[in-house]
Design a protein around this ligand. Sequence first.
Ligand code: SF4
Ligand code: SF4
Ligand code: SF4
Length: 476
Amino acid sequence: MKYRCDICGYVCDEEKWQTLEDCPMCHGAKLFLKEMVNEESQEKSKRIYEHAVLFAEDNLGVSKDDSVCIDCGICKQTCLSKCGLSFGEYTDQCLICGQCILTCPTKALMPRDEVTNVLKAKKEGKILVAYTSPAIRVSIGEFFGYEAGTFLQGELVRALRELGFTYVFDTTFGADLTIMEEATEFKKRLENNGVLPMFSSCCPAWVKYAHKFYPELKENISTCKSPIGMEGVMVKEYFAKQDNLDKDLLYTVAITPCTAKKFELKKEEIPGTDAVITVSELAKWLKEEEIDFKKLDKSSFDSLLGEGSGGGVIFGNTGGVTESLLRCLYYFMTGDPYQEENISFQDVRGFENVREAKFLVNGQELRVAIVHKIGAIKELLETVKNKTCPYHFIEVMNCEGGCIGGGGQPKISEGQDKEVKAKRMEGLYQKDQQDKIRACYENDDIKKIYDEFLLYPGSEIALNYLHVEKDEKNDI
Ligand code: SF4
Ligand code: SF4
Ligand code: SF4
């Protein structure tokens, strides 16, 4: 038997193959050294991998169907232009962001299926619990003929109930919890000469990128889990107790715009989320079940871990994390509730890949930067490395536009990218504008969970459930 490397074409016999740890020619992973069954399959393999991205077989977020791949190479170009990665060199460095799914013309690339696992859990009699990310309520409609940006939260909740979810919660609650913890951590770093700039930590593709390419910056990354990470663990550890439910009977499913969450949440020390399905998987599931989304009436989130503030809703947009953080930090530092007259967020919003803003809070000037599109971050990271970075806080999102542009979102027709993303963003900003509660510290459910369970932001119990060890955060 002979083996051939799918990356560089190196061929060896079985005896040699047994001794290898990786390809001796290109150092690609051993799994790409595949059995040469016959000349025909060798040719097929060569054809498929000549231009397409090489995915590791254990990629948790993206799957590839070779049978429909036409080897056009668009995925490779996307990865290079959006993430700055050049596959072949970085086969095992995939950020699992799914941006290549959005541009693949043949559906050869898809989010790794987890609906099958949810159906299995349902059959086994588990109680299904869903929580929905902010960015999908303004995009799900695109699968069913609505215009981008149409706010369909009530219909989304109803659709999940139709599919058999007993409880439906809102991940904006998790986003509010994230900000309570992140603002506390940031304030401590500012007051105690801590490591700055502090980077946001809610985008797993960004955290993976930092770990792979800038491991020396791990102390700069916030230790907060992502909103989904916090929501999941609170469902199992708090909600289950409050409702006298056996947490082992609950099967928790995050509904997201994001393929990278599929691997992030499998690394948790205290397990919270059992499955992650993207909005594109959800839309396919609804169509298979013949549920007519356009005919659904509205339903509301369940209480306790129910809705979040407007600040939680805008997490889906680039700049949203920074804006929510500063609303909360303003209150923590001045003691006065944030009001639009006191602080303007105009510079935080927008679509340039790297933006900066300055704020005066309690006499202290705070400088922040916002990056969306991981390929645009290198220069900024070099300034952090050589200690010339002027910022106190940096928000990083892998996808252009933030999570409204995630790899699990609906595909956008060529030439429409900016327009569609602007509409999705506007849908979230409008909801924030209409909300009575616009900052996390005003959310009654947040106050309740600290009173009854977490005690105060940054408490030992909060650190245990809502944060990760620095080494763990980066070990993904
Ligand atoms: S974009 Fe899709 S069809 Fe084209 S090479 Fe990549 S996986 Fe294959
Ligand atoms: S998932 Fe992201 S990082 Fe991985 S190949 Fe696709 S675009 Fe590149
Ligand atoms: S920006 Fe959002 S959707 Fe994109 S990888 Fe990061 S968390 Fe996922």
